[in-house]
Ligand binder design. Structure first.
Ligand code: C2E
Ligand code: SIN
Ligand code: SIN
Ligand code: FE
Ligand code: FE
Length: 405
């Protein structure tokens, strides 16, 4: 039997490796791994498992026969996630347990002395006939088992055949690339999450003094990302907007309580001091190495500029105002209007929209108002989902933990 991997295959494997390492979304990555593994081995079906909490959890499954029988959507809806223990009782479990490839030429003819069993329930329920079965453990760089790639029914000329040595080697080559890619994606997701939380918590610390809730920060960030999306900005840039906006009012840390918490209207001197929160924020965030922090600084400085030039601190107008600041300006005011503040009650939706349309081309950039109006249903949904509730104030106290005066 020919087990050599030809230069052509090697090149294909390399291409898949590149595609894997550039896919950041975990689900997309897992789907791609399984699809490519099935393509390389001519497998009709397969399941990809990840190790989670000590068990194998089925994350994606694909089956060509079902797609042909039922269409993609129906076939996808057949799959519901399930877990298997890491032990010798199942084929995938055995691959994870032994860290070795488990290759069964035909599960219908498994020797009864064999430790692991093939469960025929799935086949019976779905009128599917599983025969050849290949389970390959996926390891990360530190050789920890992070999952199992299971391939089912290798096809050759419309017949189901066992997985031969070449297919096994190809699946192993792919699984080792996949293991590293999955690990990297998980790590990146975790770092991104930590990063976003850090930004939120710092922003919350500032707003806490302002008697706002954590939800205010989250709402403004989500409104801003929705507007960026509506403008057709890339997903990466929309994420950046979401990450950069939580710090917009961090400069309020430098404003005296007597002004920040004043229940009524500010007098002109107090107003002048209040306006300094933009410059104070920009100073706190200045000289950052990190790109998110650089955008955050820009937002802190520019979120009270107005389209007609009557804003502060620089009084710049029109396209001189960075687009990201134009977005956050609108998101921030929408939130200030639709929620309660120490100095004002929450306004009803109609009044909020009337003010925003009135300020179109004065306070706000027309382009931003248009994008905002286009996603108003989703904006309102976010507002309701993250509405201020009493328990949020409690959560917020835990978060910030900087006392109540
Ligand atoms: P904030 O409460 O987050 O409000 C953000 C922005 O929303 C305000 O920026 C303003 O542009 C808009 N906004 C808020 N309430 C209204 C309103 O009733 N009508 C209209 N048309 N727009 C409104 P602004 O004015 O530059 O204020 C910046 C920050 O200064 C505010 O942040 C708040 O912390 C404070 N502040 C502003 N005015 C007062 C006030 O009269 N009393 C007190 N105690 N604080 C104030
Ligand atoms: C599938 O669900 O498409 C593959 C069949 C199996 O996991 O047994
Ligand atoms: C963008 O990159 O599209 C926006 C940049 C900016 O806010 O200046
Ligand atoms: Fe502000
Ligand atoms: Fe704010």
């Amino acid at each position: 039997m020919d087990t050599t991997i030809t230069p052509k295959m090697l090149e294909e494997l390399l291409n898949v490796g590149i595609a894997l390492s550039s896919t950041r979304d975990l689900r997309e990555l897992l789907t791609l791994i399984l699809r490519e593994a099935r393509r390389f081995t001519s497998a009709d079906a397969g399941t990809l498992y990840l190790v989670k909490g000590g068990v194998l959890r089925a994350e994606v499954a694909q089956c060509q026969t079902f797609v042909e029988r039922l269409g993609q959507e129906q076939a996808d809806s057949l799959f519901s996630s399930f877990s298997l223990p890491v032990n010798m009782k199942s084929i995938a479990g055995a691959a994870a347990f032994t860290r070795e490839v488990v290759n069964i030429p035909d599960v219908q003819n498994v020797d009864v002395s064999c430790l692991f069993q093939y469960s025929p329930d799935f086949d019976r329920k779905n009128n599917y006939s599983t025969h050849s079965n290949l389970a390959v453990p996926m390891l990360d760089r530190e050789q920890n088992v992070i999952g199992v790639l299971q391939l089912i029914n290798a096809k050759y000329k419309n017949r189901v055949v066992p997985f031969d040595a070449r297919k096994t080697r190809l699946a192993q080559a792919l699984a080792s690339q996949a293991g590293v890619a999955i690990r990297n994606t998980l790590l990146t997701a975790s770092l991104r999450e930590a990063h976003l939380e850090t930004l939120q918590r710092l922003g919350v610390a500032a707003e806490w003094r302002d008697k706002e809730t954590a939800n205010h920060i989250i709402r403004v960030a989500k409104f801003s990302a929705l507007i960026a999306e509506a403008l057709g900005w890339s997903e990466e840039m929309a994420d950046m907007v979401e990450y950069a906006s939580p710090m917009h009012d961090v400069g309020k840390l430098g404003i005296p309580d007597s002004i920040l918490h004043k229940p009524g209207k500010l007098d002109p001197d107090e107003r002048t001091i209040m306006e300094k929160h933009t410059v104070i924020g920009a100073n706190i965030l200045s000289n950052a190495k990190n790109e998110v922090m650089q955008w955050s600084r820009m937002v802190a400085l520019g979120h009270h500029e107005k389209w007609d030039g009557s804003g502060y601190p620089q009084g710049i107008s029109g396209s001189d105002i960075p687009p990201i600041c134009q977005i956050v300006a609108l998101a921030d005011v929408y939130d200030a209007l639709s929620c309660k503040r120490v100095y004002k009650p929450a306004f009803p939706h109609e009044k909020v929209m009337a003010i925003i349309h009135e300020e179109n081309g004065r306070h706000f950039a027309p382009q931003m108002v248009k994008a905002f109006a286009g996603v108003i249903d989703r904006i309102v949904a976010v507002r309701d989902e993250y509405a201020d509730k009493e328990e949020d104030f409690a959560k917020f106290r835990d978060y910030a933990n900087i006392g109540i005066e």
